[in-house]
Design a protein around this ligand. Structure first.
Ligand SMILES: *Cc1c(COP(=O)(O)O)cnc(C)c1O
Length: 375
């Protein structure tokens, strides 16, 4: 069976974990955490980064930092992971769901524009499959409305919009190192802070509402409870694992792109015949090869295709159920139909994509797809 995902190990993880353990310091914010954060700041130019225990946690920190209170409105795509919306709902926000574009699962800027009101506090673009949202337009809308942008960049490491790294557009951005992402730590995340005025409070919120970080820098002579907060920092064991991965980022990305391009080339004839659609990478975006998906004509075709591929030893999986129709939020949604989000929920299918996938396996998968559609 070709699995859908297989976590990739660079080989240095255990060595670094051993060093962390031997150092006698395994709680958060030690040498390994600092090295990971320095890596992100230097390579991508984020003003400040803080490792978190997940992307979900980074989003929850962002919601606190944006001072979300009951009744505030937050604009989120419907076609996304639960945490994108839930982090803000926890603070009492009302979610205004934006539809996807007709040619891409990312949120449609025209939808965003129509949803902005006096109560809007934050716009949350999600870079689906690591492909940039139209950040020029979204940044402009946010600036005009004087609201924050928080990027859900969970899938978007090492991806760019017009040459600028994703995660540098929002006042705050959240990344994920869950084992299904390009770079992993089991569970892990990162909050990137581009608005420097939010750095100090971010440190406090991450340390249970205390000014512990300032205390360890010698800026205050005792630390205590100064704000709300929670425990959002990972242990050094997680950070040690992550550093090993980060040091191999270029190698990981190169291999994933190679596999992605192979998929694209092999499946292009099916797209040209109008049988299915392949991912669109707009001219302003780069491809970090986080995911390879195809878009089928209908739910029925997709269901049969999943079954057929399974019989051929290939695991393929669909993705999000639209949040505006979820059991939790359907009654709270304002009732607007979001046809593109519904369509991607029914027709998008993700194919196996992981570092150790062999290009002959990609050939085999593409061959099986062609057989399914032409038999
Ligand atoms: C993976 C993912 C998350 C959640 O990441 P965790 O690190 O598992 O909390 C959030 N949003 C999107 C778009 C994701 O793909």
């Amino acid at each position: 069976m070709i699995p859908f995902n297989k976590p990739f190990m660079t080989g240095k993880e255990l060595d670094y974990i051993q060093q962390a353990v031997a150092s006698g310091k395994i709680s958060g914010d030690g040498v390994f955490s600092k090295r990971c954060q320095a890596y992100f700041e230097q390579r991508f130019g984020f003003a400040k980064t803080l490792l978190t225990t997940s992307c979900t946690d980074a989003l929850e920190m962002a919601a606190i930092l944006c001072d979300i209170a009951a009744g505030d409105e937050v604009i989120v795509p419907s076609y996304t992971f639960v945490s994108t919306a839930n982090a803000f709902v926890l603070r009492g926000a009302k979610i205004c769901f934006a539809d996807s574009g007709s040619d891409h699962p990312n949120m449609d800027p025209l939808q965003v524009e129509s949803l902005i009101s006096k109560r809007t506090k934050v716009i949350v673009p999600v870079h689906y499959a690591g492909t940039a949202c139209e950040m020029g337009r979204i940044t402009e809308l946010a600036k005009h409305a004087e609201v924050h942008v928080v990027e859900d960049a969970a899938q978007a490491i090492d991806s760019y919009y017009l040459g600028k790294p994703l995660g540098t557009f929002g006042a705050l951005s959240a990344f994920s190192f869950h084992e299904t992402k390009n770079v992993i730590a089991g569970e892990g995340g990162l909050l990137a802070i581009n608005d420097s005025s939010l750095v100090r409070r971010a440190e406090i919120i991450r340390e249970k509402g205390t000014n512990r970080s300032a205390f360890f820098r010698g800026e205050v002579d005792k630390y205590g409870w100064v704000d709300v907060g929670s425990s959002f920092l990972p242990s050094e064991i997680t950070s040690a694992f992550l550093l090993a991965q980060l040091e191999s980022l270029d190698r990981i990305q190169m291999q994933r792109r190679l596999l992605w391009d192979t998929y694209y080339d092999r499946l292009r004839p099916l797209e040209q015949k109008g049988i299915l659609r392949l991912p669109l990478i707009p001219s302003y975006a780069t491809n970090n090869a986080h995911m390879f998906y195809v878009v089928c004509d209908s739910l029925e075709v997709r269901t049969n295709l999943i079954q057929y591929l399974k019989e051929q030893g290939i695991m393929s999986v669909f993705h999000y159920q639209p949040l505006h129709r979820s059991p939790f939020y359907a009654d709270r949604h304002d009732g607007r139909p979001l046809p593109n989000a519904d369509r991607y929920a029914d027709t998008l299918l993700r194919l196996p994509m992981y570092h150790d996938l062999k290009s002959e396996e990609v050939d085999y998968i593409c061959e099986r797809l062609a057989t399914f559609f032409t038999r």
